[in-house]
Design a protein around this ligand. Structure first.
Ligand SMILES: Cc1ncc(C[n+]2csc(CCOP(=O)(O)OP(=O)(O)O)c2C)c(N)n1
Ligand SMILES: [Mg+2]
Length: 663
C-alpha cells in the first residue's frame, strides 16, 4: 500500500469496507458513504462524546444518519470505533438475521440511535432528541445533561416536507445543540438535483428558519469540516446546518453520477476504485492494524463517560430530590402510586366527552411523570392535552407543554426523537383523529422501534359534525389497527379513559394510540354494569343478560349507543349482551378461554362502531358501521343519518339476527 496519513487510511478503510460489503451483498448504497467518509471519520474520532463500551449512557452525544440508505457509513464507523459489532457483522451486510441490515435499525445494532430510511424522518428524530436534551439540561442542570445532536442528512431528506416542518420548529425553539451536516452532492436516484431541486437555496431556506448555516466547499477537507462542526458547536443560540459539498461515489469511476447511488459495481470497477483509493485491489474487507488502533474510541469514550459520572455524582449529592427525579426519568416509568391518583368519575347519563375526561386525568397524574412532555398541533383547545399551570416549551425555558404548531408530520417525527433520546417519560402529541393521515410515517416507525410514545387523537368519528367529511375519520381506526406493535385504545366513557391512562402509565410498553370523542358520552354506572378496569383486558362483558340471543360489540362512544339499543331490544324480547371492546390488541393478548367467554361461539355477534367495518369480521358475524365518507351536519344528526342511533342499531340487529338465522 502507498503511504497515507493515518487519517486518510482510516477514511479509506470506511470507503473500502463499504465497497466490499455492498459487493458481497450485491446490494446496498456505496455512493453516499464514499463521499461522506471524511466527515463521519471526524465525528466519530474527534468530535463526538461517545463510548463504545456503553452505547446507552445518558449524556452521550447522539448521532443520526437520516439518510439511512448510507448505512455502511454508520456500520463502518461503529465497528472501527469499537462498538460490539465485528468484521463478521460487516461481512453479513444486508443478510437475513444480521446486525447490519439494509437500513439502520436501533434495535438491531449497538450504537444505532434510531431506525432510519424513510427520508426526512431521521431529521425530525434528531430535532426531537435536541428538544429532549434542552428540556433535561434546563430542568436538571448541565452537570447532569450537556450534549449535542449530530446528524447527516441528504438531498432527499431535505426535499421531504417533514424535514422542513422539523427545521422550522427547531429554528423557532433555537435548538443550539443541533449540528447537522447536509450531504450536498447534487445527486439523487433519478439523476442530478437539477431535475427537481434547482431553484432552492438550501442554506438560505435554513437561514430563514432561524438556523446558523455554513458551507464547506470540499467534503475531503478535514480541517474545513472540523472547523465548521466546531463553529456549529460554538453556536449555542441557533441550530446549525453545514452544507458539505461532497462527491457521491468518490473514488469510483462512477463518482458524481446517479449510478453511484446504489447500483452494484462490476468487479473491475471495484478494483479500479480500490486502486484509486490507494488500496490493494486484491484485498477484501482489509482493515489495517494501525487504523483499528487509531480509530478505537474505548479510551476516549470511557474518559468522557467517567468525567460525566463524576459530575453527576457530585450534583446528585447536592441535589437529592432532583437526582431521584432524574433517576425516575431514565427509568421511563411514572412514580409509584400513580394508579391511586387517577380520578373516578360519577355515573352521569349526560356524561362528558372522553377528550374532556382526558384533560382531568392528565392533571391528576402530571406530578407522577415530571419529565413527561408533549402538546398538540395547534389544537390544544380541542384535544385538551396539556398540563395546566405548567409553562410552554419555549426557546429560553423548556416548560412541559409543547406548542407544535400546525406541523403534524414533523411533530410525530420529533416525538419519536423525544422517546429515542431517553429521560422523557411517555412523550405525547395530539391532533384530530382524521389527521393521523399526516402522521402515519412516524407512528409506523414508533411501532417498528417499540417506542413509548402516546399518540392522542380526539374528534374520533363522524360525530365531529359540521366540519364535514374532510374532518370525519372513517377508515382511520382500521388503518391504525393494521400497524403491528401499536396498541389502539378507544375508551367508552370517562372511567375507561382513566383506565386507559392507567394502562399506558403502568402496564404498557410500546406506542399507544388513544382515540377520544369530541361529543359527550354517558358516564356508565359501574355499580350496575361491569367495572371499567375491564379495559385492561381489551374487551369485557359490560352488560350481561341471562341467556344472550346476540352479543353487541361496541367501542368508544358507540358503547352508549349499544347499551341504549339493548334496552330497546329487551322490550322486543331480544336479550343482547353488550361488550365494550376498547382495544383489539389488548384483547388479542388475552388467553383464548377469556376471549371465548366474552365472545362465545354459537351466539350471533355484531359490532357497532362509527367507522369502516373493515377488519371486524375477525371478531364478529356482522357489522354496523360506516363504509362511505361522512357528511356535514350536526353530529347527532350525522350519526343518525348513518344508522348509528339506538333505534337504528336495534332495527339493524333484528334484521341481522333474522338474516343470520336464514343461513
Ligand atoms: C420517503 C422516502 N422516499 C423514497 C425513498 C427511496 N430513496 C432512497 S434514497 C433516495 C434519494 C437519494 O438521494 P439522496 O437523498 O440525495 O441520497 P444520495 O443519492 O445522495 O446518497 C430515495 C428516493 C426513501 N428512502 N424514503
Ligand atoms: Mg444526494
Amino acid at each position: 500500500m502507498p503511504e497515507q496519513s493515518i487519517e486518510q487510511l482510516s477514511i479509506n478503510t470506511i470507503r473500502t469496507l463499504t465497497v466490499d460489503a455492498v459487493q458481497a451483498a450485491q446490494s446496498g448504497h456505496p455512493g453516499a458513504p464514499l463521499g461522506l467518509a471524511p466527515a463521519a471519520y471526524l465525528l466519530y474520532t474527534r468530535i463526538m462524546k461517545h463510548n463504545p463500551a456503553d452505547p446507552k449512557w445518558p449524556d452521550r452525544d447522539r448521532f443520526v444518519l437520516s439518510a439511512g440508505h448510507a448505512s455502511m457509513l454508520l456500520y463502518s464507523c461503529l465497528y472501527l470505533s469499537g462498538y460490539d459489532l465485528g468484521l463478521d457483522d460487516i461481512k453479513q451486510f444486508r443478510q437475513l438475521g444480521s446486525r447490519t441490515p439494509g437500513h439502520p435499525e436501533n434495535f438491531e445494532t449497538p450504537g444505532v440511535e434510531t431506525t432510519t430510511g424513510p427520508l426526512g424522518q431521521g431529521f425530525g428524530n434528531a430535532v426531537g432528541m435536541a428538544m429532549a436534551e434542552k428540556f433535561l439540561r434546563e430542568r436538571f442542570g448541565d452537570e447532569a445533561c450537556d450534549h449535542h445532536i449530530f446528524a447527516i442528512c441528504s438531498d432527499g431528506d431535505l426535499m421531504e416536507g417533514v424535514a422542513s416542518e422539523a427545521a422550522s420548529i427547531a429554528g423557532h425553539l433555537k435548538l443550539g445543540r443541533c449540528v447537522f451536516l447536509y450531504d450536498d452532492n447534487k445527486v439523487t436516484i433519478d439523476g442530478s438535483t437539477d431535475l427537481s431541486f434547482s431553484q432552492e437555496d438550501v442554506p438560505k431556506r435554513f437561514e430563514a428558519y432561524g438556523w446558523h448555516t455554513l458551507t464547506v466547499e470540499d467534503g475531503n477537507d478535514l480541517e474545513a469540516i472540523e472547523a465548521a462542526i466546531r463553529a456549529g458547536i460554538a453556536e449555542e443560540g441557533r441550530p446549525t446546518l453545514i452544507s458539505l459539498k461532497t462527491v457521491i461515489g468518490y473514488g469510483s469511476p462512477r463518482a458524481g453520477t446517479r449510478n453511484a447511488h446504489s447500483d452494484p459495481m462490476p468487479e473491475e470497477m471495484v478494483r479500479e476504485t480500490k486502486v484509486a483509493l490507494g488500496w490493494d485491489p486484491d484485498a477484501q474487507f482489509f482493515v489495517p492494524e494501525e487504523v483499528l488502533a487509531h480509530f478505537d474510541q474505548h479510551e476516549r469514550g470511557a474518559a468522557a463517560q467517567k468525567e460525566w459520572e463524576e459530575h453527576v455524582e457530585r450534583w446528585a449529592t447536592k441535589n437529592v430530590e432532583a437526582a431521584a427525579e432524574w433517576h425516575d426519568a431514565w427509568s421511563g416509568r411514572p412514580r409509584a402510586g400513580v394508579a391511586a391518583a387517577l380520578p373516578v368519575f360519577d355515573p352521569d347519563p349526560k356524561g362528558v366527552s372522553t377528550r374532556v375526561a382526558g384533560k382531568d386525568i392528565m392533571q391528576a397524574f402530571a406530578s407522577y411523570v415530571p419529565t413527561m412532555i408533549g402538546g398538540a398541533a395547534d389544537l390544544v383547545h380541542s384535544t385538551f392535552t396539556e398540563f395546566k399551570d405548567e409553562e410552554w416549551y419555549a426557546p429560553g425555558h423548556s416548560g412541559r407543554n409543547i406548542s407544535w404548531g400546525v406541523r403534524e408530520h414533523g411533530m410525530g417525527a420529533a416525538v419519536n426523537g423525544l422517546a429515542l433520546h431517553g429521560g422523557i417519560v411517555k412523550p405525547f402529541c395530539s391532533t384530530f383523529f382524521v389527521f393521523t393521515d399526516y402522521m402515519r410515517p412516524p407512528i409506523r416507525l414508533s411501532a417498528l422501534m417499540k417506542l413509548d410514545c402516546v399518540w392522542i387523537f380526539s374528534h374520533d368519528s363522524v360525530a365531529v359534525g359540521e366540519d364535514g367529511p374532510t374532518h370525519q375519520p372513517i377508515e382511520h381506526l382500521a388503518a391504525m389497527r393494521a400497524i403491528p406493535n401499536l396498541t389502539v385504545i378507544r375508551p367508552a366513557d370517562a372511567n375507561e379513559t382513566a383506565e386507559a391512562w392507567g394502562a399506558i402509565l403502568e402496564d404498557l410498553s410500546g406506542p399507544v394510540c388513544l382515540v377520544l370523542s369530541r361529543q359527550n358520552v354517558p358516564t356508565i354506572d359501574r355499580a350496575v354494569l361491569a367495572p371499567a378496569s375491564g379495559l385492561r383486558r381489551g374487551a369485557y362483558v359490560l352488560a350481561e343478560v341471562d341467556s344472550p340471543d346476540v352479543v353487541l360489540v361496541a367501542t368508544g362512544a358507540e358503547v352508549g349507543t349499544a347499551l341504549a339499543a339493548s334496552d330497546i331490544l329487551a322490550e322486543q324480547g331480544v336479550q343482547a349482551r353488550v361488550v365494550s371492546m376498547p382495544s383489539w390488541e389488548l384483547f388479542e393478548a388475552q388467553r383464548p378461554e377469556y376471549r371465548e367467554d366474552v365472545l362465545p361461539a354459537g351466539v350471533p355477534k355484531i359490532s357497532v362502531e362509527a367507522g369502516a367495518t373493515f377488519g371486524w369480521s375477525r371478531w364478529v358475524d356482522a357489522s354496523i358501521g360506516i363504509d362511505t365518507f361522512g357528511a356535514s351536519g350536526k353530529g347527532d344528526k350525522v350519526l343518525e343519518h348513518f344508522g348509528i342511533s339506538p333505534t337504528a342499531v336495534a332495527a339493524h340487529v333484528q334484521a341481522t339476527i333474522a338474516a343470520l338465522a336464514q343461513l
